[in-house]
Design a protein around this ligand. Structure first.
Ligand SMILES: C[S@@+](CC[C@H](N)C(=O)[O-])C[C@H]1O[C@@H](n2cnc3c(N)ncnc32)[C@H](O)[C@@H]1O
Length: 302
């Protein structure tokens, strides 16, 4: 059966069921089934970069960086297939998704398309406005089975206002420290020095764990970043330690293989100068609060 036929067998808009996308510990976004499904989502109209026009990246700092930025617009966009797969694997049907760093509209639109009740928090008013506009467009085209909600504010202040047990699944992609600079707002994690970042980030993780109902999963998509001296910061161990301290334990770790993009163009120089690998992967870390078997049983029963 062709990939297109597989997609036809379970149209994206029907929500659950992802033919050809399996929960292996290496998630190959660069292969046919994943790429076909991503294209199907994109065809519905995903405007993930809207609201992020003012974001700067370290990659845009020099002439070479600007050339790179022209190739991929210099910004991260969230993969809709990863969102769709994660919801179907870890969130009870119709469950409540909490996203403390919403960013673009993708995670909210995909959740609402699948009938999940999504709440995203983001510090950027531009981002929240753009996301609401995107949701209005999807609503008008009858693509939403539930209403996504975005809260404008600092996650550190907004999450404590939510009741404990408010969420059935936490799903997010936080700032990778200062890899992208979202704003100069003092509460913006991307504008903080590493120590302040680590403290605020850990406190937000603790709040998301408090908000999560017992026996539920949480997935954080994170990438490693290098500090100014070239060493890896350790965002992955920090994410694990903060969850552990808050009472959620690491349960699954997967590698998300991204398409190579501009990595080969940068690899030669960075390898010759300092032996840095050409990074084209992120980590998909799934935690559980409570009992993983009960959390799994809850997927069917809600
Ligand atoms: C990594 S981005 C998400 C990027 C992701 N790839 C996407 O497009 O969905 C993280 C988001 O965190 C937001 N942010 C930074 N500090 C925050 C805070 N203290 N509270 C809530 N949101 C924050 C930024 O405005 C940004 O939109």
């Amino acid at each position: 059966m062709s990939q297109l036929a597989l997609i036809d067998a379970a149209p994206v808009t029907t929500g659950r069921g992802l033919p050809g996308i399996q929960p292996f510990s290496v998630l190959r976004t660069d292969l046919g089934p994943w790429r076909d499904r991503r294209r199907a989502w994109e065809d519905l109209g995903l405007h993930s970069r809207r609201g992020r026009e003012h974001v700067t990246t370290y990659k845009t700092a020099d002439a070479f960086g600007r050339k790179m930025a022209a190739v991929n617009a210099g910004l991260s966009t969230f993969d809709p297939v990863l969102a769709e797969a994660s919801y179907s694997w870890y969130c009870p049907e119709g469950g409540r998704v909490l996203d403390p760093f919403a960013g673009g509209s993708v995670r909210g639109l995909v959740a609402a398309n699948g009938g999940y009740q999504y709440t995203g928090v983001d510090l950027s008013p531009f981002q929240v406005d753009a996301n609401e506009e995107a949701a209005a467009d999807w609503r008008a085209r009858d693509l939403l089975a539930a209403e996504p909600r975005w809260i404008h504010g600092d996650a550190l202040e907004e999450l404590p206002a939510l009741p404990a047990g408010h969420a059935d699944y936490v799903f997010t992609c936080p700032p990778y420290h200062d890899l992208e600079r979202y704003s100069d707002h003092p509460a913006d994690l991307s504008a903080m020095r590493w120590r302040e970042f680590a403290a605020a980030y850990s406190a937000i993780i603790a709040e998301t764990v408090r908000c999560l109902a017992p026996d539920r999963f949480a997935t954080w998509v994170v990438g490693e970043v290098r500090g100014s001296t070239g060493y890896l910061r350790g965002l992955v161990p920090l994410t694990i330690a903060a969850h552990d301290a808050a009472g959620a334990r690491l349960y699954n770790d997967a590698i998300l293989v991204n398409t190579l993009g501009t990595v080969p163009m940068r690899l030669g120089a960075q390898w010759r100068a300092s032996r840095k690998h050409g990074r084209h992967h992120q980590y998909v870390l799934t935690f559980v609060k409570g009992d993983p078997r009960k959390a799994t049983a809850a997927l069917a029963s809600l």
